[in-house]
Design a protein around this ligand. Sequence first.
Ligand SMILES: Cc1cc2nc3c(=O)[nH]c(=O)nc-3n(C[C@H](O)[C@H](O)[C@H](O)COP(=O)(O)OP(=O)(O)OC[C@H]3O[C@@H](n4cnc5c(N)ncnc54)[C@H](O)[C@@H]3O)c2cc1C
Length: 400
Amino acid sequence: MKQIIIIGGGAAGFFCAANLDDTQYKITILEQNSDVLQKVKISGGGRCNLTHACFDPKELVQFYPRGNKELLSVFTKFQPGDTMDWFDQRKVSLKIENDSRVFPESNSSQIIINTFLQEIQQKKVDVKTKCSVKEIEKKSEKYSVKTSLGDFEADFVIYTTGSSPKSLKIIENLGHKIIDLVPSLFTFNIKDDLLKDLAGTSFEMAETSIPKLKTEESGPLLITHWGLSGPAILKISAWEAINLAKMKYHFEIEVNFVSKSMDEAEEIFQNFKQSNPKKTIGQSKIFEITNRFWQRVLDVSKVDLNKQVANISGKEMQKIIENLCKKKFQVTGKSTFKDEFVTAGGVDLKEINFKNMSSKILPNFYIAGEVLNIDAVTGGFNFQACWSEAWLIAQDLNNL
Ligand SMILES: Cc1cc2nc3c(=O)[nH]c(=O)nc-3n(C[C@H](O)[C@H](O)[C@H](O)COP(=O)(O)OP(=O)(O)OC[C@H]3O[C@@H](n4cnc5c(N)ncnc54)[C@H](O)[C@@H]3O)c2cc1C
């Protein structure tokens, strides 16, 4: 029987093993840690956001700053609907939340782990933990995988080590090109009077842009203790991960807190002024923002909160609207988003055959998961890439 060695007992490695035909192969997973599936365990705050209810591959790829072109064909073969069916067939109830993220009904990642463990137990997959792969050597038709527990011989290698630099070195030594690793998905550190002591204030729909990079995003926004977070920030951090690293995380960002153009905002303000001339500006609800934030905007715009709306000058109105719709901030660093770090960079996608996730350089060698130069914004997309890629590998090997 031919021997498959899967290097890395994470999401991609396990999904691959769970879909392989064990009547055809002897399958072994090598994992350096004492526990497998550790990232699945902590994912989604312990709830595991395992995919996203977006069933059109063309729409789905829009969430991947790196890998969007390549994943299109992968998702036409296995997409979130297939992931949900796969778990449904294994009696794992899933739920779709309002923002389309998919979680186990039990709100616990453990059910996903248990399902994988059951699957691979039935398939008699051998799992070796505390087994760190140090080097891989190509030996005529086979591979010799050198580990802390000795050497393993493989007819096929499936490389799913995640983004550890040490493991990227191993694959680089085999001839693969590695694109430099940089963090993706982070929040922006900003010190500014407009945000001070307002941590927790959120905006339903904001627009963010980085003028120097001519890039913009929109979505919910959140003020944190350190600056700004929320999808409108995380998305821009992912799409511009490489450029922002080059700028050493020092740049100017422009924020529109109310998603209205200056002209629209002025019209809304004028209409309010006409119908509520006697109201004090501090107590006026002109835009969909919290009272605290509105009062801070007035404060920063140097407008007296007790002034009647009718007495607000054109200059004062302009200043207020500028702070709401076109506020410039200096970003002076980045912070991790809820401990959820994803890296851009990894094995160069040009060297992968996306029909089956095989290496174009090494025969009988497959690569999947975060080790590739693929990453997504938050929402279950990173796992979906793992499931789809791993499924393709299993299908390819099962059909040999
Ligand atoms: C806190 C956190 C929360 C997250 N939440 C979500 C979420 O809810 N939804 C989502 O879609 N994504 C989430 N992500 C991202 C997601 O976890 C990753 O994209 C995904 O785990 C990548 O899977 P993988 O199999 O490629 O790598 P990993 O899951 O990292 O697995 C790789 C495995 O290989 C092992 N390994 C590495 N090198 C060697 C070696 N030399 N020898 C032996 N073993 C080795 C590692 O120990 C590891 O177990 C989250 C990430 C973090 C950090």
